[in-house]
Structure formats: C-alpha cells, structure tokens
Design a protein around this ligand. Structure first.
Ligand SMILES: [Zn+2]
Length: 187
C-alpha cells in the first residue's frame, strides 16, 4: 500500500511567515497537513505526518522521518509571504498571490508530481498557479522519494490571506493536494 509522508512546515518557536493579521504560517501548514491526511487515507493510502502538533523540527529531522518511513511520496506544506525593499528595509509586498510548487531538478518524478499538484490545488481552491519551479530546498534535495514543496498561497496578499484564515478553505486546498497525490500514485 503506498505510503505518503506529509510535512507541515515550521512549528514551535519557528512560526514561518506571519501575516499582517497575525496569521502564523505554521498553523496554516499543520491544518492543511491534517486535512490532507484525511483525504489521502480515504483514497486507500497510508499517511505519516512529520509533526501532528505545534513542535519545532529541524530540516534534517523531517528528511530522516521521511526516509526512515519508506514513504513513496513526500509533500512539504508551506504558505508564502512576499517582500519588497522599501526605504532601506523590507516590507510585505501585497501583489503576488496563488499557489506555487517546487521540485528538485534531479527528480523527473518530483517534477511530474509538482505539475500535477499545481493543477489540482488550483482546481480545488480557485487560486491561480503562480509558479512550478525547480528548487534546492533541503527537504527536496535529501529526501529519497519523489518530493514536492507546496506553497498554499500568500499571507501577504489580501485575497489569499482572507481565505487562508478559513478552515473550510484549507480543507478545500487539502482536497486538491490529496487529489494530485492520488493521481500521481495511479500512474
Ligand atoms: Zn514556510
């Protein structure tokens, strides 16, 4: 039975991105990861989460958990924040919005999964796809299975942020992620 490892980014003392309303990326990521677990399980696949509470994990711990679990697919869930340079400092850039997915350049399967996930996340959420791109992110580089890092939307964008605050919307996004995983595992 295929095993899917879902990694909620950040946690504990590391909140990740912080939205203008005090929204914490780590909370969005965990909520989405938990909904993904529900949907992926319903598809008949096994799921393991790297964290199921508000704890801090090092990147190496996330990778070790994935590799030791023998997972067939690894998905790291994040939410985005855009910045631009203002008067000598950085300020949030409200412009960029939408979903992004990243894969490691050495993994054609990771790329295929990233492309599929961008489509299914967009279809389920109504968010635009902003980019699908290769990346050297640690969790993509050192995991042994096809791996994708998904960015659910931008906490720095008003449209995205207002939706990312809604549990029902995070549930929809998670359905999109699970749909993409299920499609990928069928091929
Ligand atoms: Zn993040």
């Amino acid at each position: 039975m295929p095993l899917v490892c879902v990694d909620a980014g950040h946690g504990g003392n590391d909140p990740g991105a912080v939205g203008p309303g005090g929204e914490l990326e780590k909370d969005v990521n965990l909520a989405v990861a938990r909904y993904v677990r529900v949907y992926v399980s319903r598809c008949g696949h096994q799921v393991v989460l790297t964290r199921d509470s508000d704890i801090e994990l090092k990147l190496a711990q996330r990778v070790a958990a994935a590799n030791q679990s023998g997972a067939h697919v690894f998905i790291s869930v994040h939410s985005n924040l855009a910045v631009k340079s203002g008067d000598g400092s950085y300020v949030q850039d409200p412009g960029p919005r939408g979903v992004e997915t990243f894969y490691h350049h050495s993994s054609p399967k990771g790329k295929a999964l990233a492309e599929r996930l961008a489509d299914t996340m967009a279809a389920a959420s109504g968010f635009p796809v902003r980019r699908v791109a290769p990346s050297g992110f640690y969790v993509l580089k050192y995991t042994l299975m096809p791996a994708v890092l998904v960015e659910t939307g931008f906490l720095s964008n008003e449209t995205d942020r207002s939706l990312l605050r809604e549990p029902a919307f995070l549930d929809k996004l998670a359905l999109g992620i699970a749909w993409g995983i299920a499609d990928y595992l069928k091929t």
